[in-house]
Design a protein around this ligand. Structure first.
Ligand code: FES
Length: 354
């Protein structure tokens, strides 16, 4: 998310300087239902039930309010957003509100006719997740037989329909050796962008960390390989590389900084500063059924808790990087201290902020 694009389109908001602009993106978790069971995704014990999901009318209102607030992009996510039968109506509302629409999907529930219909409504972009290029391993990780083959087919449809395509490849110990082939795959299917995303160790991924976390040397190999591929594929494929904070030199400005660029609406309407914010103990979240998106963005307690730098304690408070990384990912920094004991040096240094 870049600040240039935000400032040129944002509506004027009277507020403190750190939120005196609109969020760039809205992550709309339309449902937590998903046919896949990836071991690094949301905690399956805490998923929101189908009978608590927002209605079509509520989601359409969220899209309208997002457009009025000045949001630029909506990421339609889940769970699996295509599990919603009213996806078409929600996308139509987003398009009418002037939002750039990105469908974040596992692809396995789609057929070409439905995708064609979504494109006709005005869908701009599809972000397709893959678990591996080795179909057997991919289906094992997702616990979904035939998933890898279907995803390959969906990637072809996306290109046939002229939609922009991003391949999202969560990386961990169970597929890390496939990185070179994953990059080749993204080129082969004609993606414009590949997100090589080392999984982030909070929530369910933290619980499964022993099976998922690569060694530091394995991680460094991926960093070197991606850097070389970024050079080699300039003009062909953009590769974004997301590192796990465990092996990062510095913490990253997660979500571009807490409460600075992203709003996340859960299936039942809770509005979060990031998708994992519910893993932080003791936070209360506003619901879109009770308050408008604009009020929540400007005045919501959860959005203001770690917004900017005023909340910081030493040593973060006097750190020269405090307005670069904004204290890093709150959800990883505040993961249980027993787990945090194995963080590298920045994790220890940032313990004052916990
Ligand atoms: Fe919550 Fe990083 S995922 S701040």
């Amino acid at each position: 998310m870049n600040e240039m694009s935000t400032s040129s389109h944002a509506v004027e908001l009277e507020a403190t300087p750190v939120c005196a602009r609109a969020p760039v993106g809205l992550l709309a978790e339309l449902t937590h239902r998903c046919p896949l069971q990836c071991p690094y995704c949301s905690n399956p014990l805490e998923l929101e039930r189908v009978n608590t999901e927002l209605s079509t009318e509520d989601w359409c209102r969220v899209m309208r309010e997002a457009g009025e607030l000045g949001v630029l992009q909506v990421h339609l996510s889940g769970g699996e957003p295509t599990a919603r039968k009213d996806l078409e109506e929600i996308i139509k509302a987003a398009v009418d509100a002037g939002l750039y629409t990105n469908l974040i999907t596992a692809g396995v529930l789609l057929n070409k006719g439905r995708l064609q219909g979504l494109a006709d409504i005005g869908l701009d972009h599809v972000q397709l997740s893959i678990q591996d290029v080795d179909a057997e391993n991919a289906d094992r990780i997702a616990a979904y037989k035939g998933g890898a083959a279907k995803k390959h087919q969906v990637a072809g449809w996306v290109k046939d329909l002229g939609l922009a395509l991003t391949i999202n490849a969560p990386l961990h110990r169970q597929n890390i050796a496939s990185l070179p082939k994953i990059i080749d795959y993204a080129v082969e299917v004609g993606a414009g962008r590949l997100e090589v995303a080392h999984i982030q160790y909070y929530a369910w991924a933290l619980k499964n960390r022993a099976a998922l976390m690569p060694t530091e040397e394995e991680f460094l190999d991926t960093a070197r390989y991606v850097k070389a591929a970024q050079e080699r594929l300039k003009g062909i494929l953009v590769i974004d590389f997301v590192v796990p904070d465990y092996y990062a030199k510095y913490p990253k400005p997660c979500m571009g900084g807490w409460g600075r660029g992203i709003m996340n609406v859960t299936p039942s309407g809770r509005v979060l500063p990031c998708h994992a914010a519910e893993s932080l103990p003791g936070l209360a979240f506003d619901n879109i059924k009770d308050k408008g998106l604009r009020e929540i963005w400007l005045e919501g307690e959860a959005f203001n808790l770690y917004r900017g730098t005023d909340w910081m304690k030493e040593p973060c408070k006097s750190c020269p990087r405090k307005e670069i990384d904004f204290g890093g990912c709150r959800c990883q920094a505040l993961a249980p201290s027993t787990m945090a004991a194995s963080y590298n040096t920045w994790g220890t240094a940032c313990s004052a902020a916990r």
